[in-house]
Design a protein around this ligand. Structure first.
Ligand code: 5GP
Ligand code: ZN
Length: 114
């Protein structure tokens, strides 16, 4: 089910152009429009759910599909050191309320995250 107001649903439907870096039956990967590192990909479930846990509740297999694309991209690009992030809730930095996994790499990271 898609949401007509959702920018990621529009990208998945092809209504907003965004090259697909990888895809499978349940997920697609695109480059973030505003990268925070030399590599910054977004892995999107095709199904609209507000966040990762909502996706887990409605379609746990979709989470596997997201990680399959992480594996595919990291393996094909030789990325071994990276950060995977689900910002969940506006207070944690979520700005698009269609579940998505950030894959960020190519620079050093601090811990704890800012
Ligand atoms: P959030 O803040 O919700 O965790 O992440 C949303 C991400 O989506 C941000 O990093 C933002 O740069 C990215 N983004 C927002 N609109 C677009 C868009 O139209 N195209 C692409 N490729 N990325 C977008
Ligand atoms: Zn959506």
């Amino acid at each position: 089910m898609s949401n007509s107001e959702c920018i990621f649903c529009k990208i998945i439907a092809g209504e907003i152009p965004a090259p697909l870096l990888a895809s499978n039956s349940d997920a697609v990967a695109i480059a973030d429009i505003s990268p925070v590192a030399p590599t910054h990909y977004l892995i999107l479930p095709r199904k609209h759910e507000e966040n990762a846990v909502a996706l887990h509740r409605s379609d746990p297999n979709a989470l596997t599909a997201l990680f399959a694309l992480v594996d595919q991209l990291a393996t094909s690009e030789g990325i071994t050191d990276y950060r995977l992030v689900f910002n969940t809730g506006a207070g944690a930095g979520q700005s698009v309320f269609h579940a998505h996994l950030h894959l960020v790499a190519g620079r050093s990271f601090s811990w704890p995250p800012g």
